[in-house]
Design a protein around this ligand. Structure first.
Ligand code: GLN
Length: 388
């Protein structure tokens, strides 16, 4: 018999379903993702630190998990919800089942609930805090949830400190600097790690960049002492207005070195330039968000995962370069005078389409133009041989 489990939202809504993955209980901000595949990349994307992710596609887990699709060294989601999880992992790339993977890393799962109703609720009411609890967290796998149990879980969700207003990046940023495994390149990029997805580094390594990854709290002087040709600002979790040290660092470095920011990196650059960020009602999380490139007029289908956005009205030194065609929010910007640009979405995909990979090429061109390296051959690095 399946073990009972519930999701209780802070507004008191209760969804009854069944336990999956690691047995237990966890609280987080409940968000939804509309990607049909890519659950392993989603689970291991550090930007989800603090969040319970609901997949809108009804069937998850069918192709298992493997060592290649890790976006960091472990999952970061606090809970994972789907209509139905496959217990069987099919396909030549599968090395482990999703159930085993979630159990191994302590990811509490829930299935068998009406995910469409839950997503409609979040779309209407905005993102909310919630708790997933399995019956065994109440002492026995055959436990039946009483109204007193769900009231207590609701209180637990309410009392949990909202990720809005919290710097969630120190937990996921590297504690010490390291070199991403690349050959010694003639173009050195310092990567500010706020919870980076490996795909971003893989693409840059393949393009011939030497990558030195530093903690998000690294000072401008320490960064410049590494003599970078370029600076990369990663994605990451939580409220972008909270890591104030990063705003100060990026403000000081603006114009000194060509800079490319993705997602949280984009938001931090906007804040560094004196701009403002705000929280979206339910965010953008999926693999088919249409974005218009205002410089070319072309539309890109993009991978997204963010709950905040930069207010374009608040920007003085940046011009908008990309907008979201669903809701008109800012998706990309470029500095008016310096080689500094950023996007809110994920050109590295993982999961998602590759329409926006040209941005990494643009970064390479900016780095070369600024450092007098134009004409230098790009030493393509085979990251598959490097074991990354
Ligand atoms: N993927 C990211 O970098 C997310 C940025 C930020 N934490 C947000 O939710 O908007």
């Amino acid at each position: 018999m399946k073990e009972r489990a519930v999701l209780v939202l802070e507004d008191g809504t209760v969804y009854h379903g069944y336990a999956f993955g690691h047995r237990g209980k966890n609280v987080g901000e409940v968000v939804f993702n509309t990607a049909q595949t890519g659950y392993q990349e989603i689970l291991t994307d550090p930007s989800y630190n603090g969040q319970i992710v609901v997949m809108t596609y009804p069937h998850q887990g069918n192709y298992g998990v493997n060592v290649f699709d890790m976006e960091s060294n472990r999952p970061w989601v606090r809970g994972f919800v789907a209509k139905e999880f496959s217990t069987y992992a099919a396909g030549p790339r599968a090395q482990q089942s999703l159930a085993e993977f979630m159990s191994e890393y302590g990811v509490v799962g829930l299935e068998g609930i009406d995910t469409r109703a839950l997503v409609r609720k979040i779309r209407e009411g905005g993102v909310m805090k919630g708790v997933i609890a399995h019956a065994s967290a109440f002492g026995s796998p055959t436990h039946r949830f009483s109204p007193a149990d769900t009231d207590a879980l609701r209180e637990e969700a309410r009392k949990w400190t909202d990720i809005d207003g919290r710097d969630m990046t120190p937990e996921v940023s590297t504690p010490l600097p390291y070199q991403f495994p690349t050959f010694k390149g003639r173009r050195r990029v310092v990567v500010m790690d706020f919870g980076i997805k490996h795909a971003q580094m893989r693409y840059m390594a393949e393009m011939g960049f030497e990558l030195i990854v530093v903690p998000g709290k690294t000072s401008p002087a320490q960064i410049m002492a590494l003599e970078p040709h370029g600076l990369f600002v990663s994605n990451g979790p939580g409220d972008p207005s909270m890591p104030r040290y990063a705003h100060a660092t990026l403000w000081k470095l603006m114009g000194l070195v060509p800079t490319f920011g993705i997602c949280l990196g984009h938001q931090l650059l906007g804040l560094a330039a004196g701009g403002r960020t705000f929280k979206l009602k339910f965010g953008h999380r999926g693999a088919n968000h249409p974005v218009k490139n205002l410089l070319t007029g072309k539309v890109e289908i993009t991978s997204q995962n963010h709950g905040y956005a930069v207010d374009p009205e608040s920007l003085e030194e940046f011009q908008p370069t990309h907008i979201n065609l669903n809701d008109g929010t800012l998706e990309g910007m470029a500095h008016l005078r310096y080689p500094v640009f950023s996007v809110q979405y994920h050109p590295e995909a993982c999961p998602g389409p590759h329409d926006s990979l040209y941005l990494f090429q643009r970064f390479l061109e900016e780095v070369d133009a600024f450092n007098g390296l134009t004409g230098l051959p790009v030493e393509k690095q085979r990251t598959d041989k490097l074991g990354v």
